[in-house]
Ligand binder design. Structure first.
Ligand code: HEM
Length: 128
């Protein structure tokens, strides 16, 4: 029997959308993430939460090997005006890991998803 994709092992669209729902609420409330003014201009406005949850869910579905459904910006374009530094990336990455732990995602899937996130660090971190 073929091994299930990470997308399937994370619970498909329901599992991923549920995790992003928790994650984005945490990111919008996280003081370290919002210390970046440009990030706060977006994450400080609760009206941005539903659309952002939609985009991050679709991105995560694709990144985990699920169906193609993401039509947002690529990771360079999405972050190129935010001047995100290593510390800013770490703050978000820690929230993603904390959310996966909080939701009881098993170790193998936790590691696999965090490896994907880490692989995008060079595209997201663009501060001089
Ligand atoms: C691998 C890690 C990351 C992923 C997968 C990710 C994913 C995304 C996605 C899918 C979007 C939507 C793009 C669009 O509007 O078309 C986005 C936008 C955004 N991301 Fe990230 N992101 C990551 C890291 C970060 C970090 C580290 C920060 C802040 C410290 C951040 C802050 C933002 C903000 C503020 C926006 C909205 C920009 C705007 O439309 O004004 N992201 N991100």
């Amino acid at each position: 029997m073929a091994e299930q994709s990470l997308y399937e092992r994370l619970g498909g669209v329901y599992g991923i959308a549920g995790a992003v729902d928790v994650l984005v609420d945490r990111l919008f409330a996280n003081a370290a993430v919002n210390a970046n003014e440009a990030v706060h201009a977006h994450h400080g406005n609760p009206a941005n939460a539903p659309g952002y949850k939609f985009l991050v869910t679709a991105w995560s579905i694709e990144a985990a090997g699920g169906p193609q459904c993401y039509f947002g910006e690529d990771m360079v374009r999405a972050h190129d005006e935010l001047r995100i530094d290593q510390k800013g990336f770490d703050a978000v990455s820690m929230e993603i890991a904390a959310t996966l732990s909080f939701l009881g995602v098993p170790d193998a899937e936790h590691r696999e998803f965090m490896d994907i996130i880490e692989s995008y660090r060079p595209q997201v971190v663009q501060a001089a």
